[in-house]
Design a protein around this ligand. Sequence first.
Ligand SMILES: C[S@@+](CC[C@H](N)C(=O)[O-])C[C@H]1O[C@@H](n2cnc3c(N)ncnc32)[C@H](O)[C@@H]1O
Length: 299
Amino acid sequence: MPLPRAIVLEGDCLQQMAKLQVQGINFALTFLDPPFNQGKEYAYFSDDLPEEEYWGWMEQVCRAAHQLTLEGGAIYFMQREKNAEHVLRVLRETGWTLQNVIIWVKRTSAVPNEWRFGKQYQIIAFATKGFKPRVFHRLRIDAPLRPEYRYPRENGMYVTDVWDDIRELTSGYFAGEEALRDARGNRLHKQQSPVALLARILLSSTLPGDWVLDPFAGTGTTAVVAQQLGRHSVSIEIDPENVACICQRLSARREADSIAVLKHYYRFTPNLEQVWGETDFPPPVPVPSAQFTLFDSGE
Ligand SMILES: C[S@@+](CC[C@H](N)C(=O)[O-])C[C@H]1O[C@@H](n2cnc3c(N)ncnc32)[C@H](O)[C@@H]1O
């Protein structure tokens, strides 16, 4: 199928989303993976906002995303589990209808705590514009059988709201090949999402040819997956180094970003061929001039 468009915008997401409003692109899905306001040092934004201000900001982003979304379109809002209450409130107050609170189970060790259970998951709130999703593909996976099961499954199982089969890209050796690194081997971005996570989200809630939006694009994982699945994407990122990384990742050929290996895992999904919307990977995308302030792979 023809290559989808991949647009990368540098700047503040609220400002860029206001411009998108004028351009009239309607999105089928937004993936929201904002900074978690944990007081870390960043050059281009504050990660230490007063709580009220942070959630007021998230409210503005969710409202802007809602305005840009097709009827029945989806948002997937990732956050720390301790913020579940805020996430659900913000989504409700900005017009979204909650469909699932997905538990993304971490594969590496839990964060220990003295007086409560160790924390081992993040939440991803899946909500839609309106009561019923415009698109929802019930994916089937070939999950490993638990020891208590007597017979092997013949056609896999449906994906539920507990995702324990996608490993996070933690620091250290476990992050593996997929983690982007500089020449010295240091991670380019500590919050890089796994391609398997975005593949599941995009396959569940979009069709080939749809537009997807990532207002806090980081390393551009959403766009990289969208490009392989025949979905158009807009990535917004405030840090110019990350913008350059996204453009590079979209135009250069990294085997570790390929989602082709996942197709076998989802092989029991009805209509997988239509849902997948495969494009040739790696795609022959032209690299624009050195200044990556705006990247558009064109039609
Ligand atoms: C949690 S990371 C996203 C990681 C991403 N999911 C990935 O796979 O790489 C959040 C990103 O939001 C960016 N950011 C922070 N404030 C922003 C703003 N106002 N507008 C756009 N991007 C912003 C940060 O630079 C950071 O890269």
